[in-house]
Design a protein around this ligand. Structure first.
Ligand code: UFG
Length: 327
Protein backbone atom coordinates (compact mmCIF):
# COMPACT_ATOMS: atom_id res chain seq x y z
CA UNK A 1 0.00 0.00 0.00
CA UNK A 2 0.99 3.61 -0.46
CA UNK A 3 3.32 5.08 2.10
CA UNK A 4 1.82 7.85 4.25
CA UNK A 5 3.25 10.37 6.69
CA UNK A 6 1.50 12.68 9.13
CA UNK A 7 3.09 16.12 8.85
CA UNK A 8 2.41 18.04 12.07
CA UNK A 9 2.92 21.71 11.28
CA UNK A 10 2.70 20.96 7.56
CA UNK A 11 1.12 24.35 6.75
CA UNK A 12 4.28 26.16 7.87
CA UNK A 13 7.41 27.11 5.99
CA UNK A 14 9.56 23.98 6.24
CA UNK A 15 6.58 21.65 6.72
CA UNK A 16 4.84 22.73 3.52
CA UNK A 17 8.01 22.35 1.44
CA UNK A 18 8.44 18.87 2.94
CA UNK A 19 4.82 17.92 2.19
CA UNK A 20 5.35 18.90 -1.44
CA UNK A 21 8.53 16.84 -1.71
CA UNK A 22 6.91 13.80 -0.03
CA UNK A 23 4.11 13.90 -2.61
CA UNK A 24 6.67 14.00 -5.44
CA UNK A 25 8.18 10.78 -3.96
CA UNK A 26 4.72 9.15 -3.96
CA UNK A 27 4.36 9.40 -0.18
CA UNK A 28 1.03 10.88 0.94
CA UNK A 29 1.45 13.82 3.35
CA UNK A 30 -1.42 14.21 5.82
CA UNK A 31 -1.05 17.73 7.17
CA UNK A 32 -2.08 18.39 10.77
CA UNK A 33 -1.93 22.09 11.66
CA UNK A 34 -3.78 24.66 13.80
CA UNK A 35 -3.12 27.43 11.21
CA UNK A 36 -1.96 29.88 13.89
CA UNK A 37 1.29 30.53 12.03
CA UNK A 38 0.75 28.19 9.08
CA UNK A 39 -1.26 28.96 5.95
CA UNK A 40 -4.18 26.91 4.61
CA UNK A 41 -3.14 27.82 1.05
CA UNK A 42 0.20 26.06 1.63
CA UNK A 43 -1.58 22.71 2.15
CA UNK A 44 -1.94 21.34 -1.38
CA UNK A 45 -0.43 17.89 -1.53
CA UNK A 46 -2.69 15.74 0.58
CA UNK A 47 -5.43 15.69 3.22
CA UNK A 48 -5.67 18.42 5.83
CA UNK A 49 -6.68 17.94 9.46
CA UNK A 50 -7.29 21.20 11.33
CA UNK A 51 -6.18 20.62 14.91
CA UNK A 52 -3.84 21.66 17.65
CA UNK A 53 -0.79 19.66 18.63
CA UNK A 54 -1.91 19.88 22.27
CA UNK A 55 -5.18 18.11 21.45
CA UNK A 56 -4.22 14.45 21.88
CA UNK A 57 -7.69 13.10 21.07
CA UNK A 58 -7.95 14.86 17.67
CA UNK A 59 -4.40 13.77 16.92
CA UNK A 60 -5.09 10.17 17.93
CA UNK A 61 -8.19 10.10 15.74
CA UNK A 62 -6.20 11.39 12.75
CA UNK A 63 -3.48 8.79 13.33
CA UNK A 64 -6.03 5.95 13.65
CA UNK A 65 -7.86 7.13 10.53
CA UNK A 66 -4.83 7.53 8.25
CA UNK A 67 -2.44 4.98 9.81
CA UNK A 68 0.72 6.78 8.64
CA UNK A 69 4.07 4.99 8.56
CA UNK A 70 5.64 7.84 10.53
CA UNK A 71 5.11 11.33 11.91
CA UNK A 72 7.19 14.32 10.86
CA UNK A 73 6.91 16.89 13.62
CA UNK A 74 7.36 20.58 12.66
CA UNK A 75 4.60 22.01 14.85
CA UNK A 76 6.28 24.48 17.20
CA UNK A 77 6.76 28.13 18.04
CA UNK A 78 10.03 29.39 16.61
CA UNK A 79 10.86 32.99 17.56
CA UNK A 80 13.88 33.21 19.84
CA UNK A 81 13.02 36.72 21.09
CA UNK A 82 9.41 35.82 21.85
CA UNK A 83 10.59 32.76 23.78
CA UNK A 84 12.43 35.09 26.17
CA UNK A 85 9.34 37.32 26.61
CA UNK A 86 6.82 34.49 26.90
CA UNK A 87 8.57 31.23 27.85
CA UNK A 88 5.26 29.66 28.96
CA UNK A 89 4.07 29.70 25.36
CA UNK A 90 7.24 27.91 24.23
CA UNK A 91 7.23 25.24 26.94
CA UNK A 92 3.52 24.65 26.27
CA UNK A 93 3.59 24.46 22.47
CA UNK A 94 7.00 22.89 22.01
CA UNK A 95 7.38 20.60 25.03
CA UNK A 96 3.77 19.84 26.09
CA UNK A 97 2.78 19.77 22.41
CA UNK A 98 5.39 17.13 21.65
CA UNK A 99 4.33 15.10 24.71
CA UNK A 100 0.73 15.18 23.47
CA UNK A 101 1.89 14.08 20.02
CA UNK A 102 3.96 11.25 21.49
CA UNK A 103 0.97 10.09 23.58
CA UNK A 104 -1.17 10.03 20.45
CA UNK A 105 1.52 8.06 18.63
CA UNK A 106 1.59 5.48 21.44
CA UNK A 107 -2.21 5.16 21.40
CA UNK A 108 -2.17 4.66 17.64
CA UNK A 109 0.94 2.43 17.65
CA UNK A 110 2.97 4.80 15.45
CA UNK A 111 6.60 4.18 16.31
CA UNK A 112 8.60 6.47 14.02
CA UNK A 113 9.07 10.21 14.36
CA UNK A 114 11.24 12.84 12.69
CA UNK A 115 11.67 15.90 14.84
CA UNK A 116 12.60 19.49 13.93
CA UNK A 117 15.42 20.40 16.27
CA UNK A 118 17.73 23.37 15.94
CA UNK A 119 21.30 24.58 16.06
CA UNK A 120 19.88 26.79 18.84
CA UNK A 121 20.41 23.76 21.12
CA UNK A 122 24.17 24.46 20.95
CA UNK A 123 23.92 28.04 22.24
CA UNK A 124 27.27 29.77 21.69
CA UNK A 125 29.58 26.86 20.92
CA UNK A 126 33.14 26.79 22.25
CA UNK A 127 34.54 25.71 18.91
CA UNK A 128 33.61 25.64 15.24
CA UNK A 129 32.47 23.91 13.14
CA UNK A 130 29.67 22.46 15.26
CA UNK A 131 29.54 18.67 15.26
CA UNK A 132 26.86 16.42 16.74
CA UNK A 133 29.10 15.88 19.78
CA UNK A 134 29.55 19.61 20.47
CA UNK A 135 28.04 20.18 23.95
CA UNK A 136 24.43 21.35 23.79
CA UNK A 137 24.01 24.44 25.97
CA UNK A 138 21.12 26.57 24.73
CA UNK A 139 21.06 30.25 25.68
CA UNK A 140 17.32 30.94 25.33
CA UNK A 141 14.01 29.21 26.14
CA UNK A 142 13.41 28.32 22.47
CA UNK A 143 16.67 26.38 22.30
CA UNK A 144 15.95 24.76 25.66
CA UNK A 145 12.55 23.48 24.47
CA UNK A 146 14.24 21.84 21.48
CA UNK A 147 16.92 20.23 23.66
CA UNK A 148 14.32 19.00 26.18
CA UNK A 149 12.36 17.34 23.37
CA UNK A 150 15.53 15.63 22.13
CA UNK A 151 16.03 14.25 25.65
CA UNK A 152 12.39 13.13 25.83
CA UNK A 153 12.78 11.30 22.51
CA UNK A 154 15.84 9.48 23.79
CA UNK A 155 14.02 8.32 26.94
CA UNK A 156 10.90 7.30 25.01
CA UNK A 157 13.04 5.40 22.50
CA UNK A 158 14.70 3.47 25.32
CA UNK A 159 11.42 2.67 27.12
CA UNK A 160 8.82 2.34 24.36
CA UNK A 161 10.74 1.22 21.24
CA UNK A 162 10.10 4.57 19.57
CA UNK A 163 12.43 5.26 16.64
CA UNK A 164 13.43 8.85 15.97
CA UNK A 165 15.59 11.16 13.93
CA UNK A 166 16.18 14.65 15.38
CA UNK A 167 17.26 17.07 12.68
CA UNK A 168 19.12 20.11 13.98
CA UNK A 169 18.53 22.75 11.33
CA UNK A 170 20.92 25.62 10.85
CA UNK A 171 19.43 28.72 9.12
CA UNK A 172 16.51 27.66 6.93
CA UNK A 173 16.03 29.95 3.93
CA UNK A 174 15.10 30.11 0.25
CA UNK A 175 11.89 28.95 -1.38
CA UNK A 176 10.44 26.23 -3.59
CA UNK A 177 12.33 26.38 -6.93
CA UNK A 178 8.97 25.92 -8.76
CA UNK A 179 7.69 29.08 -7.07
CA UNK A 180 4.67 27.36 -5.51
CA UNK A 181 5.70 28.02 -1.90
CA UNK A 182 7.76 30.67 -0.17
CA UNK A 183 8.92 31.96 3.16
CA UNK A 184 5.89 33.57 4.80
CA UNK A 185 6.16 34.48 8.47
CA UNK A 186 4.11 37.08 10.31
CA UNK A 187 5.91 38.95 11.68
CA UNK A 188 8.94 38.33 9.47
CA UNK A 189 12.15 38.47 11.50
CA UNK A 190 14.62 36.45 9.41
CA UNK A 191 17.56 38.04 7.65
CA UNK A 192 17.03 37.13 3.99
CA UNK A 193 13.29 37.93 3.80
CA UNK A 194 13.88 41.19 5.72
CA UNK A 195 16.60 42.14 3.25
CA UNK A 196 14.25 41.39 0.33
CA UNK A 197 11.48 43.46 1.98
CA UNK A 198 13.97 46.33 2.20
CA UNK A 199 14.94 45.82 -1.45
CA UNK A 200 11.32 45.92 -2.65
CA UNK A 201 10.48 48.96 -0.53
CA UNK A 202 8.04 47.32 1.91
CA UNK A 203 10.30 48.37 4.78
CA UNK A 204 12.58 51.44 4.64
CA UNK A 205 15.80 49.54 5.34
CA UNK A 206 17.33 46.39 6.72
CA UNK A 207 18.58 46.86 10.27
CA UNK A 208 21.92 45.06 10.66
CA UNK A 209 22.24 43.94 14.26
CA UNK A 210 25.87 44.58 15.11
CA UNK A 211 29.07 45.02 13.12
CA UNK A 212 31.48 44.67 16.02
CA UNK A 213 31.53 40.88 16.35
CA UNK A 214 34.75 38.87 16.32
CA UNK A 215 34.16 37.77 12.76
CA UNK A 216 35.96 38.65 9.55
CA UNK A 217 33.75 41.65 8.67
CA UNK A 218 32.24 42.21 12.13
CA UNK A 219 28.75 40.90 11.27
CA UNK A 220 27.29 37.58 12.43
CA UNK A 221 28.02 34.44 10.44
CA UNK A 222 25.37 31.76 9.83
CA UNK A 223 25.08 28.52 7.88
CA UNK A 224 22.21 29.13 5.44
CA UNK A 225 20.52 25.95 4.23
CA UNK A 226 17.86 25.91 1.52
CA UNK A 227 14.40 24.78 2.64
CA UNK A 228 14.17 22.26 -0.24
CA UNK A 229 17.40 20.68 0.97
CA UNK A 230 15.95 20.51 4.49
CA UNK A 231 12.82 18.92 3.05
CA UNK A 232 14.93 16.27 1.31
CA UNK A 233 16.72 15.49 4.57
CA UNK A 234 13.31 14.55 6.02
CA UNK A 235 12.67 12.14 3.16
CA UNK A 236 16.11 10.60 3.74
CA UNK A 237 15.43 10.36 7.48
CA UNK A 238 12.14 8.62 6.74
CA UNK A 239 13.88 6.09 4.47
CA UNK A 240 16.46 5.56 7.19
CA UNK A 241 13.78 4.70 9.78
CA UNK A 242 11.62 2.63 7.44
CA UNK A 243 14.71 0.58 6.54
CA UNK A 244 15.30 -0.21 10.19
CA UNK A 245 17.96 2.44 10.86
CA UNK A 246 18.72 3.46 14.43
CA UNK A 247 17.97 6.67 16.29
CA UNK A 248 19.92 9.68 15.12
CA UNK A 249 20.51 13.33 15.93
CA UNK A 250 21.93 15.09 12.90
CA UNK A 251 23.04 18.63 12.06
CA UNK A 252 21.70 20.02 8.78
CA UNK A 253 23.74 22.77 7.23
CA UNK A 254 26.23 23.28 4.42
CA UNK A 255 29.41 23.61 6.45
CA UNK A 256 29.97 27.13 5.10
CA UNK A 257 29.23 30.29 7.02
CA UNK A 258 28.10 33.55 5.39
CA UNK A 259 28.17 36.92 7.12
CA UNK A 260 25.26 39.35 7.07
CA UNK A 261 27.32 41.72 4.89
CA UNK A 262 28.06 38.90 2.44
CA UNK A 263 24.36 38.04 2.18
CA UNK A 264 23.37 41.68 1.69
CA UNK A 265 25.91 42.26 -1.06
CA UNK A 266 24.98 38.98 -2.78
CA UNK A 267 21.34 40.12 -2.84
CA UNK A 268 22.33 43.47 -4.35
CA UNK A 269 24.41 41.72 -7.01
CA UNK A 270 21.78 39.12 -7.92
CA UNK A 271 18.66 41.29 -8.04
CA UNK A 272 20.52 44.39 -9.23
CA UNK A 273 18.96 46.61 -6.61
CA UNK A 274 20.39 48.17 -3.53
CA UNK A 275 19.39 46.81 -0.18
CA UNK A 276 19.16 49.93 2.03
CA UNK A 277 20.79 49.09 5.35
CA UNK A 278 21.11 50.80 8.71
CA UNK A 279 23.61 49.76 11.36
CA UNK A 280 22.00 48.85 14.69
CA UNK A 281 23.32 47.56 18.01
CA UNK A 282 23.63 43.83 18.61
CA UNK A 283 20.42 41.84 19.05
CA UNK A 284 20.35 40.05 22.40
CA UNK A 285 21.23 36.37 22.27
CA UNK A 286 22.89 36.24 18.83
CA UNK A 287 25.99 34.00 18.79
CA UNK A 288 28.74 35.54 16.58
CA UNK A 289 29.13 32.52 14.31
CA UNK A 290 27.33 29.21 13.77
CA UNK A 291 28.15 26.65 11.10
CA UNK A 292 28.12 22.91 11.05
CA UNK A 293 30.42 20.12 10.08
CA UNK A 294 28.27 18.40 7.41
CA UNK A 295 30.07 15.03 7.63
CA UNK A 296 27.66 13.15 9.90
CA UNK A 297 24.57 14.01 7.83
CA UNK A 298 26.38 12.75 4.73
CA UNK A 299 27.54 9.54 6.38
CA UNK A 300 24.28 8.61 8.12
CA UNK A 301 21.60 9.93 5.76
CA UNK A 302 23.52 10.37 2.51
CA UNK A 303 22.54 14.04 2.73
CA UNK A 304 24.34 16.75 0.84
CA UNK A 305 22.84 20.12 -0.08
CA UNK A 306 21.94 20.87 -3.70
CA UNK A 307 20.20 24.26 -3.52
CA UNK A 308 22.10 25.89 -0.67
CA UNK A 309 24.64 28.05 -2.48
CA UNK A 310 23.87 31.69 -1.68
CA UNK A 311 22.97 32.48 -5.29
CA UNK A 312 20.32 29.73 -5.57
CA UNK A 313 18.93 30.66 -2.16
CA UNK A 314 18.45 34.28 -3.22
CA UNK A 315 17.20 33.44 -6.73
CA UNK A 316 14.49 31.17 -5.34
CA UNK A 317 13.50 33.53 -2.51
CA UNK A 318 13.35 36.75 -4.56
CA UNK A 319 10.24 36.06 -6.73
CA UNK A 320 8.15 35.61 -3.60
CA UNK A 321 8.93 39.26 -2.81
CA UNK A 322 8.12 40.46 -6.30
CA UNK A 323 11.82 40.64 -7.17
CA UNK A 324 13.55 39.14 -10.15
CA UNK A 325 17.08 37.91 -10.25
CA UNK A 326 19.00 39.44 -13.12
CA UNK A 327 22.15 37.42 -13.43
N1 UFG B 1 19.63 39.91 11.36
C1 UFG B 1 19.80 41.25 11.11
N2 UFG B 1 18.71 41.97 10.76
C2 UFG B 1 17.46 41.43 10.65
C3 UFG B 1 17.30 40.06 10.90
C4 UFG B 1 18.41 39.32 11.24
O1 UFG B 1 20.89 41.78 11.21
O2 UFG B 1 16.51 42.17 10.35
C5 UFG B 1 20.81 39.12 11.73
C6 UFG B 1 20.66 38.46 13.08
O3 UFG B 1 21.02 39.33 14.11
C7 UFG B 1 21.56 37.25 12.92
C8 UFG B 1 21.45 36.89 11.44
O4 UFG B 1 20.97 38.09 10.80
O5 UFG B 1 22.88 37.61 13.20
C9 UFG B 1 20.45 35.78 11.15
O6 UFG B 1 19.25 36.09 11.85
P1 UFG B 1 17.89 35.28 11.65
O7 UFG B 1 16.90 35.91 12.58
O8 UFG B 1 17.57 35.17 10.22
O9 UFG B 1 18.28 33.83 12.14
P2 UFG B 1 18.85 33.38 13.54
O10 UFG B 1 20.23 32.90 13.27
O11 UFG B 1 18.68 34.32 14.64
O12 UFG B 1 17.76 32.26 13.89
C10 UFG B 1 17.67 31.05 13.23
C11 UFG B 1 16.24 30.51 13.32
C12 UFG B 1 15.86 30.21 14.73
C13 UFG B 1 16.91 29.37 15.34
C14 UFG B 1 18.24 30.02 15.20
C15 UFG B 1 19.32 29.20 15.78
O13 UFG B 1 15.34 31.43 12.79
O14 UFG B 1 14.64 29.53 14.77
O15 UFG B 1 18.53 30.21 13.84
O16 UFG B 1 20.40 30.02 16.13
F1 UFG B 1 16.65 29.19 16.66
Amino acid sequence: SQRKVLVAGGAGYIGSHTAKLLRSKNIEPIVFDNLVTGHRSSVRWGPFVHGDILDTSTLTRALLQYKPDAVVHFAASAYVGESVEDPAKYYRNNVSGTLALLDACRHAAIDKIIFSSSCATYGTPESLPITETTPQAPINPYGRTKLIVEQILKDYAAAYQLKYVALRYFNACGADPDGELGEWHEPETHLIPRALLAANGTIPHLAIFGDDYETEDGTCVRDYIHVTDLARAHVLALEHLVNGGGNLSVNLGTGCGSSINEIVSAIGRIIKRDVPVEMHPRRAGDPPALYTDPTFARETLGFSPEYSDVETIIKTAAPFFGLESRT
